[in-house]
Design a protein around this ligand. Structure first.
Ligand SMILES: *Cc1c(COP(=O)(O)O)cnc(C)c1O
Length: 344
């Protein structure tokens, strides 16, 4: 097994990170005259814990992953950007991703001036492993996978992801934003055996905290230590740390169960609609459907003030709309429009 540190950019390896006042004094509470904060307590006058210690302990218990293998970021966006900044030398290294998939990988690559090579999925959104490796070369440092994938909704087979992890000489970033909705458990349990694996998860979907912006990366403690050194010192503010900790206590199992049940109902009922030509099997909280005139169906849904995502201009998603699973009442309203749809 190769040490993942060998893929890290030299300037990042030699970085001396910023040392905060809270890094230098970790003792008991006292009179804090070390960080030039205001002494007047309004709930937010103190800097947040840069290491997010108590939040990490809570997440560690929920995820079954040691706290020193967890990075907490300002949404998955931060972790995605950090992957490029840590592993890819601009204009020299490259990254490989599947297409269609989540648009942020490409944007973060462009911002960091890193070439992104996209490998088109098959018509059924399965992945041809040989095609993937055909664009990999010695300068490929990151390989992006998303499972369940967005916008197709399906998981790639566990054995296929295992093979990619085994064969790829670089870091595999596996985005599991929707894993809570899947039948399969995901790859957190494989972290010990796979030093070149970074798993991304988020509190934006199943956990219902999109507005709080909290994304997670899981990897070896060595890789996570590098994430911690490169991130902004106070990347998660006091309010977010407090509110997330509290919301995590409540759990979301019932809601995830309901969304999965509703997804099955939507799939069943949409399949009976003349307007729907194809439904792609989903492990996520949305379904991708193909229809003859996606723009027209989209407009009729909009007229009923139901907003779905038109993905029909994306290569591989021609004719497709992506519909997020809502509450049972919201789904009823959506289904009523699709059932009664007549071509304009
Ligand atoms: C929604 C989504 C995310 C979540 O991003 P946040 O920045 O954490 O809100 C990440 N990856 C994929 C594939 C998504 O669809």
């Amino acid at each position: 097994m190769k040490d993942p540190i060998r893929y890290v950019r030299p300037n990042i390896l030699s970085l001396t990170p910023y040392s905060t006042a809270r890094d230098e004094y970790k003792g008991p509470l006292g009179i804090f005259l070390d960080a030039n904060e205001s002494p007047y307590d309004n709930g937010y006058n103190r800097y947040p814990d840069p290491a997010q210690k108590s939040l990490k302990e809570r997440l560690s218990a929920i995820k079954g992953v040691a706290a020193d293998r967890i990075f907490i970021g300002n949404g998955s966006d931060e972790a995605i950007d950090l992957c490029f900044r840590i592993f890819c030398e601009p204009r020299i290294d490259n990254a490989v991703a599947i297409a269609p998939s989540y648009g942020m990988y490409r944007v973060a690559a462009a911002i960091n001036d890193v070439e992104m090579r996209e490998v088109q999925l098959e018509a059924d959104f399965s992945l041809d492993t040989e095609r993937l490796f055909s664009v990999v070369d010695r300068q490929t440092k990151l390989l992006w996978l998303c499972s369940p994938n967005n916008p197709s909704g399906q998981c790639f087979p566990h054995t296929q992801i295992e093979e990619i992890l085994r064969r790829f000489d670089g870091m595999v970033v596996l985005d599991e934003a929707y894993i809570d909705f899947a039948d399969e458990p995901g790859f957190l349990g494989e972290l010990d055996r796979r030093p070149n694996l970074i798993i991304l998860q988020t509190l934006s979907k199943a956990w219902g905290m999109a507005g709080l912006r909290l994304g997670l990366a899981f990897s070896s403690s060595k890789v996570i230590d590098i994430f911690s050194r490169v991130k902004y010192p106070y990347n998660i503010n006091v309010a977010t740390q407090q509110i997330v900790s509290k919301l995590l206590e409540e759990g979301v199992d019932d809601k995830v169960r309901e969304i999965r049940r509703e997804r099955q109902r939507i799939e069943r009922e949409l399949a009976a609609c003349p307007a729907i030509e194809q439904i792609f099997p989903s492990d996520a909280n949305f379904v991708l459907v193909r229809t003859a005139d996606p723009r027209d169906l989209y407009d009729q849904l909009i007229a009923a003030r139901i907003i779905v995502r038109d993905r029909s201009r994306i290569r591989g998603c021609e004719g497709c709309l992506r519909i997020t699973v809502g509450t049972p009442a919201e789904n009823d309203r959506m289904l009523e429009i699709v059932k009664n749809y007549r071509h304009a």
